[in-house]
Write a protein that binds this ligand. Structure first.
Ligand SMILES: [Zn+2]
Ligand SMILES: [Zn+2]
Ligand SMILES: [Zn+2]
Length: 171
């Protein structure tokens, strides 16, 4: 996989951030047909993503068509600041927040599960009420009943139905 990522980076002139693969269908060797493998290529910039969509990915001197990954249209909540629309890896906030009670993070542990486990609102909700970072309501930021969460999921659905073929560069 590392060799493939390097090959992709050189031939397609993009910096590959992460590469994942899965087989769409499995054929036995007797059928003599090549296996179909889908690649999920993550790059660092919109420009690089568009380059792949426009020109395809070059692997072993062959060009393979690329399209926008539909999973990107799913509503994403940040496990660092608790707001919607980006992942924690891309968060611009300095201080991590607790997604349950909205206070500063109770631990420096990076994993979301560990952050939540340390929350007093989780241990004793009768005394420590949860507080939503997005609407201020008495529920965790990721609560499915949250007005903001519902809006975000609705928007994600619309984006999915109306998705452009290429990424739009941020203005
Ligand atoms: Zn964030
Ligand atoms: Zn908390
Ligand atoms: Zn809320």
């Amino acid at each position: 996989m590392a060799a493939l990522a390097k090959d992709l980076s050189t031939a397609s002139k993009v910096k590959v951030a992460r590469l994942r693969a899965w087989e769409l269908r499995r054929f036995t060797a007797e059928e003599g047909r090549p296996r179909i493998v889908h690649l999920l290529i993550e790059v660092h910039t919109v420009e690089e993503a568009n380059k792949l969509i426009d020109r395809g990915a070059i692997v072993d001197y062959s060009v393979y068509p690329c399209e926008r990954f539909e999973g990107a249209a799913r509503a994403t909540i940040c496990y660092k600041c608790g707001t919607w629309g980006h992942k924690a890896a891309f968060c611009k906030e300095k201080e991590a927040r607790c997604l349950i009670c909205g206070c500063g993070a109770h631990t420096q542990d990076e994993t979301a599960r560990e952050l939540e486990a340390q929350c007093p609102a989780r241990r004793d909700p009768a005394i420590n009420k949860p507080r939503c970072l997005n609407c201020g309501g008495a529920h965790p930021a990721f609560d499915a009943g949250c007005r903001v969460a519902k809006e975000q999921r609705q928007r994600a659905r619309e984006r999915f139905l109306d998705r452009p073929l290429a990424f739009q560069a941020p203005l």
